[in-house]
Ligand binder design. Structure first.
Ligand code: FPP
Length: 247
């Protein structure tokens, strides 16, 4: 399938990249090898998304709950993210990719935060695709931080309680300015959102793919996009065909 043959491309795809550990396990390899292969799948996914004309690709790189993993695995994941940014920032920038990071930035290690800020700063005017990296991200934490900021403004008299609307809440989330995801994909066969983009997922199509993340290829991605194109989204309304016939 070529990109020209595809229509109804989602503007925003978000992916829960699950199954790195199991990919390694079934091969008798250490989990770290699964994460390494996972980074290769990340590169391929970004390229495929840009070619397909997707506007925003969000990747769940590290959740606020991932800190509970063994220290060696946490530092391995941190190391991979650092290497990814150091090694790939130039080429991502050349390919006109804009990088945004969502998640809690307070108390991030001093060797990570500056890299994330540099990636955002250098690529801020790029226009091909926005790669949103969810790092130290948890949806409930994000919503709580947004609520704290709104409550602060209400207490200071800058906002009235009646001003609190869905749009205002969206504008206070880490994803401010980023359209809601149209399609959320989770790999590895697990069928949960796991505290990922809970508010933003209100009308997203959900897709659960059996492959482990390191096996998520360009072909898998294109097949998911083709399946998405065949779904009908109603946003709480009625099917367009019913309207045409019935009213
Ligand atoms: C889930 O597999 C994956 C993660 C917790 C991390 C995903 C991170 C990467 C692919 C690398 C770094 C990211 C970027 C953007 C460069 P799992 O370990 O939970 O697998 P399991 O459920 O099989 O144990």
């Amino acid at each position: 399938m070529t990109q020209h043959a595809m229509n109804n491309i989602p503007n925003h795809v978000a992916i829960i990249m699950d199954g790195n550990g199991r990919w390694a396990n079934v091969r008798g390899l250490p989990r770290s090898m699964g994460h390494r292969k996972g980074v290769e799948a990340v590169r391929e996914a970004v390229r495929t998304a840009a070619e397909a004309g997707i506007g925003y690709l969000t990747l769940f790189a590290f959740s606020s709950e991932n800190w509970s993993r063994p220290e060696s695995e946490v530092s391995d994941l941190m190391g991979l993210l650092k290497t990814f940014i150091r090694r790939d920032l130039d080429s991502l920038h050349r390919e006109n990719v804009r990088i945004r990071v969502i998640g809690d930035r307070t108390n991030l290690r001093s060797d990570i935060l500056p890299l994330l800020l540099e990636a955002e700063e250098r690529t801020r005017d790029n226009t091909a695709i926005t790669l949103v990296i969810a790092f130290n991200y948890g949806s409930r934490d994000e919503i709580a931080r947004a609520m704290r900021s709104i409550a602060g403004d209400v207490a200071a008299g800058l906002l009235h309680p009646a001003d609190v609307s869905p749009d205002l809440i969206s504008a206070r989330l880490d994803t401010a300015g980023i359209p809601d995801p149209d399609l959320i994909i989770r790999t590895s066969g697990e069928e949960r959102l796991s505290n990922f983009l809970l508010w933003q997922a209100a009308y997203a199509e959900l897709m659960f793919i059996p492959d482990f993340w390191p096996d998520f290829t360009r072909a898998t991605f294109l097949a998911a996009l083709a399946a998405y194109a065949g779904r009908e989204r109603r946003f709480g309304g009625v099917p367009a065909a019913t309207l045409a016939v019935g009213s």
